[in-house]
Design a protein around this ligand. Structure first.
Ligand code: ADP
Ligand code: 5GP
Length: 187
């Protein structure tokens, strides 16, 4: 039975970087492409980074029950399309979801067998430095994301697996060990 892995944690903690590095080591892992109503950043591609939808399209698809989970984050909507998940699971691939905490909570209820991993920063200062250093969000967005991060960090005890992303190499190794162990025990 293919496994579903939920990687969550505050914006800027390194979820995307960790998943990219993990997938280089484990190419069988597939990433479900989420839908969002936020604007594409420079270099982001439709259908690769996200399915970029209008508010109206997102709302209609949510009404039709097309999302396994969806949430509002920083004034925008984000969600996992059922089709993205089912196509990959149907093809026998383990799937990674990179989502924020409200979505992870929904998945905990609807897909309790999914393995949930919270990525934590070594400190609040490091999180700020990474978010600012990434250079993708204006100062107002950074502050909003850091405000949300406080609540998200307070939720980390809900997660059985917590990976602190201090040295990237160590964090990837820990993540890989969790994923391989879950795949091994479900085989
Ligand atoms: P997220 O997907 O959680 O929002 P990103 O993967 O975009 O976070 O990482 C945010 C920034 O932090 C990026 O500029 C990335 O290169 C950097 N980063 C990620 N992990 C580390 C790490 N372990 N040490 C130093 N910088 C990191
Ligand atoms: P960003 O705007 O930085 O791409 O994403 C903002 C937040 O939304 C991140 O924490 C990211 O993990 C989360 N996110 C991305 N896709 C989804 C999704 O499909 N569902 C939910 N609930 N959150 C998502």
């Amino acid at each position: 039975m293919p496994q579903v892995f939920v990687i969550t944690g505050p914006s800027g903690v390194g979820k995307g970087t960790l998943i990219r590095t993990l997938r280089e080591r484990m190419p069988e892992l597939e990433l479900a492409v989420s839908a969002t109503t936020r604007r594409p950043r420079a270099g982001e591609t439709q259908g690769e980074d996200y399915w970029f939808l209008t508010d109206e399209e997102f709302g209609e698809r949510a009404e039709r029950g097309e999302f396994v989970e969806h949430a509002e984050y920083s004034g925008r909507r984000y969600g996992t399309l059922r089709s993205e998940l089912e196509r990959r699971i149907g093809a026998g691939h383990p799937v990674v979801l990179e989502i924020e905490v409200q979505g992870a909570r929904q998945i905990r209820r609807t897909l309790p067998e999914a393995v949930q991993i919270f990525v934590a920063p070594p400190s609040a200062e490091v999180l700020r430095t990474r978010l600012v250093g990434r250079g993708t969000d204006d100062p107002e967005q950074v502050e909003d994301r850091l405000r949300t991060a406080r609540a998200e960090l307070a939720a980390q005890d809900e997660f059985a697996e917590v990976v602190v992303n201090d040295r990237l190499e160590d964090a990837v190794a820990k993540l890989e060990a969790i994923v391989r162990s879950a795949l091994h025990s479900s085989a």
